[in-house]
Design a binder for this molecule. Sequence first.
Ligand SMILES: Cc1cc2nc3c(=O)[nH]c(=O)nc-3n(C[C@H](O)[C@H](O)[C@H](O)COP(=O)(O)OP(=O)(O)OC[C@H]3O[C@@H](n4cnc5c(N)ncnc54)[C@H](O)[C@@H]3O)c2cc1C
Length: 455
Amino acid sequence: MYHNTKLTGMVVYPNDPEYQQARMNWNPFTNAFPIVFVFAQKIEDVSNAVKWARENKVPIRMRSGRHALAKDFSQTNGGIVIDTSHMRNVTLDKKNGIAKVEAGIRVGQLVRMLAREGILAPFGDSSTVGIGGISTGGGITAIQRTAGLISDNILAVTLVDANGEVLQVNACENSDLFWAIRGGGGGNFGIITSYTFKVRTAPSKVGIFEIIWPWNQLNEVIDAWQRWAPCVDVRLGTILEAFSKANGLLHSQGIFLGPAAELEKLILPLTNTGSPIKVFVDEVTLLEAIDFWAPNEPLFDTQNTTWSSTWVKSSLPEDGIAAIRTFLERASGSESNFFFLNSGGVMNQIPPQETAFFWRNTRYYMEWDASWTDKCETQKSIKLVEQARLQLKPYITGSYVNVPDLNIKDYGQEYYGDNFERLRKVKERYDPENVFNFVQSIPPAHICDEKDIDD
Ligand SMILES: Cc1cc2nc3c(=O)[nH]c(=O)nc-3n(C[C@H](O)[C@H](O)[C@H](O)COP(=O)(O)OP(=O)(O)OC[C@H]3O[C@@H](n4cnc5c(N)ncnc54)[C@H](O)[C@@H]3O)c2cc1C
């Protein structure tokens, strides 16, 4: 099919001095030993890498921001990693509210650059997450209730497919793939080299708040937050983080696309809960709000982490909150936590079948993780996360593909709900030989069931 394609771009082999740095992901638990990294400088480098991998029968992983949360997603032993992180150009068409963004840029760099131009774009809670991975899996953010998910703002992508060919993907060209890449998750259909996003004019000021409680008020704080946050004014995006008992803090914060005076009234149900040890409300510029929400942080974490994620459609009963408490009492790592983000507004108004992102109509998103440094804590941490999922099972729905859990066996249903079968058909059309195949990838339609992929 191909003949002696050469790798181009910045190529790093195991004996090169750059190799150890190249194999570092944010979560050290996901680091592997690939046989080569290609840091693409331009789209041809990506095409050549795909062709080379197929000629040499080497498994492919694609990577941008290195924030994959589970093993085998963006690195695999013996594979090639095609990394777009050196491709970071941004072109802004302010008049039409359109930004064309290369996939290697990180969320923080992009949203700060746009904010300086008076432009608002969705941003998550970490500056160093890559646009390449977050956008195609959905992209949940503080402003999703007014702007939708990051994937809801994709107008087009350029992608290198399983044959190394460059495809333009938008509502008119390859429209089935356009549907699939808006929520279908990274790594499945091809290497996205650039996204075109719809963006908005930024408000001149926004409200922010932060509240901290002592850990022992956990039950009442979770209950108050979960009853209030999904129904509050859609201009308010808010999270709640309940850290391990060893850490000892409960923390909520939010961004309000409106004045602080109004925000102060909106958060009364929270400030009136328990006895907060800190309540902070302010009115700031968008740039300051981004620094508050997604401060600059190190590219790599020192702790290993293992995760699970889900959506909640009705408030958790006492038993559900008790399961959270048990997890946080047992999880010893200081970073272990339960994290909640309110849904609603635009995010829930888009029909579940309109894009591949299925989990609409929810009250909030919830994820939890256990962290550890000592190797002998690995199995205990994985078990703890799974036990919590089992205990919460009666009250939760689905899971978020960007925060994957390798213990979920029916991952197709859990990540994509009723959209899974359609995603498999799109996969069949664009990658029938299942070249882009990893631990929880979407199988082409002709493969009988997910178990066949495992075998
Ligand atoms: C600290 C932290 C904070 C987070 N905060 C948020 C948040 O606020 N909101 C949210 O929605 N998610 C959040 N996430 C989850 C995040 O969306 C996923 O981890 C995402 O997949 C990371 O993308 P990446 O490019 O950084 O990672 P990578 O490790 O580079 O890739 C992750 C996945 O995307 C695929 N991928 C990467 N680049 C491309 C590409 N160019 N084309 C196609 N596929 C590609 C990879 O193959 C892999 O499957 C967070 C993660 C971390 C670690």
